[in-house]
Ligand binder design. Structure first.
Ligand SMILES: Cc1cc2nc3c(=O)[nH]c(=O)nc-3n(C[C@H](O)[C@H](O)[C@H](O)COP(=O)(O)OP(=O)(O)OC[C@H]3O[C@@H](n4cnc5c(N)ncnc54)[C@H](O)[C@@H]3O)c2cc1C
Length: 396
C-alpha cells in the first residue's frame, strides 16, 4: 500500500490546517450562538481561501481544482473536520463529484461556476417517505414534449437555503424500478420550485436543512444529468466520495480535535491532588481513543487507495462510513466524560462536538444500511473483504 503524499500537497494540507486555525476557528462560537454565518464573514473566508487555492480542492486540475489523489483528498478532508460544517462549505466549497457527469453545455452553466464559488449546489434525494430506501421516492418527472415536468418534494436538504441549484432525483419511468430514476439539475429560481421550512437540527448550527417543493417545474433536455434512468447508479457510485470524505474523513478530524482537547484537560485538571490524567480509568479512555482514531484513519486511507488504483471501493467506503463515525461518537462521548460537568456545559465546545458528530451515523446511508452492504458483499463473494490472503493490498 502506498499512502505517500507529493511534497507540494503536504504543504497544501498543512496550509488548510493553518487557515482553519487562523480564519475559521475564531468564527465558530458566534455561528453556534447566533445560528448564522454573517454574509461578510462568508465572503471574506471564501475570498481568502480562493486566493490561496484552497477552494474546490477535490476537483480535477483540468476543471480548475487542485488535482489531488483520493488519498490526498482524504487527508485534506480530515483537516476540514477540525471546524464547523458551515465554515467548511463557505471557505472550501462543496463540489459534489456527481457534477463531473455534466456535459460541455452543463459545465458552463452549473459545474464551472460552482468550482469558482459563483454558484452553490445541494443534493436533493431524501423525501419524507423515502430515506434509506432512496428508490422509493414519489417525486416524478413526466415527459412532456421536449422536456419534463417535475412534481413532488424533498426534505432535509443541507445548505438548501443558500444553494443556487439542486441535483434532484426523480422517477422518470415507474415500470423500470431502480432503472427508472434519473437526476436533474434544477435551478432554485425555476418557476414552480419553492422552499419550505428550515428544519431545525440537533447540531450543525449555521447550516440550513430545508424542504423543497416542486409544482410542475418545467425541465429541458439540458437539465438531465447523465443518462436517463441512471440516477440510482450515479447516486451509488459518485456519492461514495462524499461519504468517504465529508463524513468519514471529517469524523476522524473532529475526533482527533476533540481528543486533543480532552488530553490537554486531563493534564491540567486536578482532583484528589493530582491531574485526572493520572487516573487509570481516564488513561483507558485516552488510549482506546488513540487506537480507534488510528484504526479508522488506516481504513480511510485504504479505501482512498482503492479509489486511486481504479478499484470499486464501495465496500471499503461502507466500512469507513460505519467505523469512522462510530469511533468519532465514542471519542466525543469519552471527551464529555473526561471534562465532567464542563463537558456537558455550553461554556465549552465539547457538547457541541458531541452533537455535531451524532449525524455521521445517520446521513449518507445509516450505519445499518452500510452494514447491510458489507454483509451482502461478504455473503456473496466470500473472504475478499477480510481474509489477509485476498484482502491484502499486496495481492494486487
Ligand atoms: C442533518 C441532516 C442532513 C441531511 N442532508 C441531506 C441532503 O443534503 N440531501 C439529502 O438528500 N438527504 C439528506 N439527509 C437525509 C439523510 O440522508 C437521511 O436522513 C438518511 O438517509 C436516513 O433516512 P431516514 O431519515 O428517512 O431514516 P429511515 O430510512 O426511515 O431509517 C430509520 C431507521 O431504520 C433503519 N433502517 C432502514 N432500513 C433498514 C434496513 N433495510 N435494515 C436495517 N435497518 C434499516 C435505519 O438504519 C434507521 O435506523 C440529511 C439528514 C439530516 C438529518
Amino acid at each position: 500500500m502506498e499512502f505517500s503524499v507529493a511534497y507540494e500537497h503536504q504543504e497544501l494540507i498543512r496550509m488548510v490546517r493553518r487557515f482553519i486555525d487562523a480564519e475559521l476557528k475564531p468564527l465558530e462560537d458566534e455561528v453556534e450562538e447566533s445560528g448564522i454565518l454573517k454574509e461578510q464573514d462568508a465572503k471574506r473566508i471564501f475570498e481568502k481561501s480562493s486566493a490561496l487555492g484552497l477552494y474546490a480542492m477535490n476537483v480535477p486540475e483540468e476543471l480548475g481544482g487542485a488535482g489531488l489523489s483520493a488519498v490526498e483528498t482524504m487527508l485534506v478532508e480530515e483537516q476540514f473536520g477540525h471546524t464547523s460544517d458551515i465554515l467548511v462549505r463557505r471557505a472550501f466549497g462543496n463540489v459534489y463529484e456527481v457534477l463531473f457527469a455534466c456535459d460541455q453545455v452543463q459545465r458552463q452553466r452549473w459545474l464551472l461556476p460552482t468550482v469558482r464559488g459563483i454558484r452553490t449546489c445541494s443534493i436533493a434525494i431524501t423525501e419524507p417517505g423515502a430515506g434509506s430506501d432512496a428508490a422509493a421516492i414519489a417525486t416524478r418527472a413526466e415527459l412532456k414534449g421536449d422536456g419534463w415536468t417535475l412534481t413532488g418534494g424533498k426534505h432535509f436538504i443541507s445548505d438548501g437555503a443558500y444553494s443556487d441549484y439542486f441535483v434532484v432525483s426523480a422517477v422518470t419511468d415507474k415500470s423500470k424500478g431502480n432503472k427508472g430514476i434519473s437526476l436533474f439539475l434544477v435551478d432554485k429560481d425555476s418557476p414552480g420550485l419553492s422552499l419550505g421550512r428550515d428544519q431545525k437540527m440537533m447540531g450543525l448550527r449555521g447550516t440550513s436543512h430545508v424542504e423543497l417543493f416542486f409544482d410542475q417545474v418545467r425541465l429541458e433536455r439540458v437539465n438531465l444529468l447523465g443518462e436517463l434512468g441512471t440516477g440510482m447508479r450515479q447516486i451509488l457510485t459518485t456519492l461514495g466520495r462524499v461519504r468517504l470524505g465529508q463524513v468519514g474523513a471529517r469524523s476522524i478530524g473532529k475526533a482527533s480535535h476533540v481528543l486533543n482537547l480532552a488530553v490537554e484537560y486531563a493534564n491540567g485538571r486536578k482532583q484528589f491532588g493530582q491531574p485526572i490524567g493520572e487516573f487509570q480509568m481516564i488513561q483507558q479512555m485516552i488510549a482506546d481513543s488513540v487506537i480507534e482514531i488510528n484504526s479508522a484513519r488506516l481504513l480511510l486511507l485504504r479505501a482512498a487507495w482503492e479509489i486511486d488504483r481504479g478499484k470499486d471501493a464501495r465496500d471499503w467506503i461502507s466500512m469507513v462510513k460505519v467505523h469512522a463515525t462510530e469511533v468519532a461518537n465514542k471519542v466525543a462521548d469519552r471527551a464529555v466524560q473526561i471534562f465532567g460537568g464542563m463537558g456537558y456545559c455550553k461554556d465549552l465546545p465539547i457538547e457541541r462536538y458531541y452533537r455535531d458528530l451524532r449525524i455521521g451515523r445517520i446521513y449518507d446511508g445509516t450505519s445499518e444500511i452500510h452494514r447491510l452492504v458489507i454483509a451482502r458483499s461478504t455473503l456473496n463473494s466470500g473472504s475478499k473483504l477480510f481474509d489477509g490472503l485476498w484482502s491484502g493490498a499486496w495481492t494486487g
